[in-house]
Design a protein around this ligand. Structure first.
Ligand code: SF4
Ligand code: SF4
Length: 239
């Protein structure tokens, strides 16, 4: 996003609307830091500017910078995965798609939040580790399309320095490998230059309980059970 200096009246109304704190009052006028702007469009969609000085330049829509808009603006559709909502819609419909069977777990790593965001190079540190240990990155997940090498988890180099508000990496592994994930992947999260939320996707056992909770707690992982049901919206395609 950019501000037209010929139109801006430096009223500063837009500054507090930016979740990345990248609209800056400078000696040269009010500017948007192009390195930190994630193209979330909040400043534009809020219509806060009284003189319509805020605009989306052509370069915001050009590859590879366009990934910022696709992953950061909830109203932008990912062109390949056709998912909305910062690329997270795909990960939020697991109860409908039924892609996680009994005997396996899904795990979501959500990188970035407002203010911090995340460079994609931080995501690559985890995709490489995931591949090195033989866990599966889901093909339906938008991160998969950013990879240069699907075997090693290397990201296309032009994406590495791009910054997004948040992005979700989704993996799948056999249930008996849970402790391996905890031991090999979790320690790496502490060294990332962003924040990460981790979600584990599982099914209730036939007894109606979730033994994975005790399993995680035994490994000193803090667990906060959370459930979401898309009532009436669909049924798993895979049972
Ligand atoms: S598009 Fe988003 S990140 Fe960029 S200046 Fe506007 S509000 Fe800030
Ligand atoms: S709201 Fe518009 S006029 Fe006011 S500082 Fe921001 S860009 Fe400039």
């Amino acid at each position: 996003m950019k501000i037209n200096p010929d139109v801006c009246i430096s009223c500063l109304e837009c500054i507090d609307f930016c979740p990345m704190h990248c609209i800056l009052e400078t000696d040269e006028g009010v500017l948007i830091d192009q390195g930190d702007c994630v193209e979330c469009s909040v400043c534009l969609h809020s219509e806060i500017c009284p003189v319509e000085a805020i605009y989306r330049p052509e370069e915001s829509l050009v590859y590879p910078r366009a990934i910022r808009l696709q992953m950061s603006d909830p109203s932008a559709e990912h062109p390949v995965f056709k998912a909305w909502g910062r690329g997270t819609e795909e990960a939020k419909t697991n109860d409908v798609t039924g892609k996680f069977s009994h005997g396996e777990y899904g795990m979501l790593f959500e990188f970035g939040r407002p203010v911090t965001g995340t460079r994609l190079t931080e995501v690559e540190k985890i995709t490489r580790a995931v591949c090195a240990h033989g866990f599966e990155i889901l093909k339906e997940n938008p991160v998969f399309g950013l990879l240069e090498d699907k075997e090693s988890g290397l990201m296309k180099k032009e994406y590495r320095n791009e910054k997004v508000l948040s992005i979700i990496l989704e993996i799948r592994f056999e249930a008996e490998r849970l402790s391996e994930v905890v031991k090999t992947i979790f320690p790496l999260l502490d060294d990332l230059e962003t924040v990460v939320s981790v979600g584990l996707v599982t099914r209730f056992s036939e007894r109606g309980d979730l033994p994975v909770i005790q399993e995680l707690q035994a490994q000193k992982v803090a667990v906060r059970p959370n459930a979401k049901i898309n009532v009436g919206l669909g049924r798993p395609l895979i049972s």
